[in-house]
Design a protein around this ligand. Structure first.
Ligand code: FES
Length: 103
């Protein structure tokens, strides 16, 4: 079980958007889906480019570079050309602060 690290305020990430943060040497994309927050490693498993540059379509992030798709809740890959999932992180919100669990 990882340790929760404070990353951002909820107001930093408007609903329907994604932002990138550096947390304990990891670059993490945090998604706001209807004011529920999810975190993935900010690196597409295809060519390691930032997922946070992509387009958020409900609970799917579409990579800006070659169109791979991932489930933002799990990191599961949904569409080629990526074939591997991306790492997902547990998120909690307390007092309008977003925390991510890092191993
Ligand atoms: S880097 Fe994401 S689809 Fe190629």
């Amino acid at each position: 079980m990882g340790e929760f690290v404070k990353v951002a305020k909820t107001s930093d990430i408007p609903a329907g958007t994604v932002k990138s943060f550096v947390v304990e040497n990891e670059v993490i994309a945090i998604f706001n889906l209807n004011n529920n927050y999810y975190a993935l490693k900010d690196q597409c498993s295809h060519m390691e480019l930032p997922l946070s540059d992509g387009i958020l379509e409900d609970d799917i992030i579409v990579c800006a570079y070659h169109g791979a798709e991932f489930d933002i809740k799990t990191g599961d890959v949904l569409c080629m050309p990526a074939v591997e999932p991306v790492e997902s992180f547990e998120v909690k919100v307390e007092d309008e602060q977003i925390y991510v669990s890092i191993d």
